[in-house]
Write a protein that binds this ligand. Structure first.
Ligand code: PBG
Ligand code: ZN
Length: 338
């Protein structure tokens, strides 16, 4: 009996020694399942229909709305530093650009289609993803086509949004990423991609678990996409809705999504983990959204922490939760830091 007691106490002491596993910078890195690399990063870009514009967005530090003529000079140094992918958002500023159907979204002369063509030809290695939504282009600012009573007409919206996705794909986008949250849009886009003979070369990334809340404010300033009445709570997920998120992830996988995205990121790390568990065979992306980015900047400015340290810590948390792709406004900084 006394021998057994001794061996228990020795094994207790041995297993209590953890520090040796992370006493060196290299062994600390070994403790993570995955390390942040430049390949994991997608940088969001706001593209206006005013070709020479370059306007900073006050609520979104260091970010600009750029016209088509400003893109190549801005991106060339980033591409040299290892930028692999961008996500394009159109920002129509011409007074006539918005209507009830979001007609400008797939205008062949509009900023997104033009930018796809330009970036494909000037940066052949750059992977072009496109956000697909109508809210930047509708007069009412909602993410689809509305019924008389102001609610989303799901069938009409899906039809229109899938046409917009096809237009971006036809212009050369490598990836289309619908963020509208209408039911059934993944299936509709996949079917149209197959029908158009593009399904083999165009990836479909679903904003599957996109929650409504207050973290998209700076983005809506940047994109001019704030709804003119009401809010998005009847189509974006309620923040407590873990079950809905899991159902949306499973549905979008079944409808043909190639990548599942969770958004926002840091307040929804459990959902990122759910996504990885439910979709172990698909890449999982997380969008560290404008409000998260602005909060980190504001806190760093207030002396709460160092900006770079928090940029890494927040991103590492997102990777640990299960994401392998991060959409982030910190990408230009990470290209210097990594
Ligand atoms: C458009 C869209 C939004 C974001 C990505 N696509 C805004 C919204 O849904 O209101 C948010 C991105 C961010 O906040 O950085 N549907
Ligand atoms: Zn939208």
């Amino acid at each position: 009996a006394s021998t057994a007691a001794t061996s228990v106490s020795i094994s207790g002491e041995v297993s209590s020694q953890l520090h040796s596993g992370y006493s060196h910078p290299l062994t600390r890195a070994w403790q993570a399942d995955r390390q942040l690399t430049k390949d994991m990063l997608i940088y969001p870009l706001f593209i206006t229909d005013n070709p020479d514009e370059e306007t900073s967005i006050p609520s979104l530090p260091n970010q600009y709305r750029r016209g088509i003529n400003r893109l190549v000079p801005f991106l060339a140094p980033l591409v040299r530093k290892g930028l692999r992918s961008v996500m394009l958002f159109g920002v129509p500023l011409q007074p006539s650009a918005k209507d009830a159907l979001g007609t400008a979204a797939d205008d062949p002369d509009g900023p997104v289609v033009q930018a796809i063509r330009l970036l494909r030809s000037r940066f052949p290695q750059l992977y072009i993803t496109t956000d697909v939504c109508l809210c930047e282009y509708t007069s009412h600012g909602h993410c689809g086509i509305l019924r008389e009573d102001g609610s989303l007409d799901n069938a009409q919206s899906v039809d229109r949004i899938s046409d917009v996705a096809i237009a971006y794909a036809a212009a050369g986008a490598h990836c289309v990423a619908p963020s509208d949250m209408n039911d059934g849009r993944i299936r509709a886009i996949k079917l149209k991609l197959i029908e158009a003979g593009m399904a083999h070369r165009v990836l479909l990334m679903s904003y599957s678990a996109k929650f409504s809340g207050c973290l998209y404010g700076p983005f809506r300033d940047a994109a001019g996409s704030c709804p003119s009445f009401g809010d998005r709570r009847c189509y974006q997920l309620p923040p407590g809705g873990r079950g809905l998120a899991r159902r949306a992830i499973q549905r979008d996988m079944a409808e043909g999504a190639d990548i599942i995205m969770v958004k926002p990121a840091s307040s929804y790390l459990d959902i990122i983990r759910d996504a990885k568990d439910l979709a172990p065979d698909l890449p999982v992306a997380a969008y560290q959204v404008s409000g998260e980015f602005a909060m980190i900047h504001a806190a760093a400015k207030a002396g709460v922490f160092n900006l770079k340290d928090m940029a890494f810590e927040s991103t590492e948390g997102i990777l640990r939760a299960g994401a392998g792709i991060v959409i982030s406004y910190f990408v230009p900084e990470f290209l210097d830091w990594l």
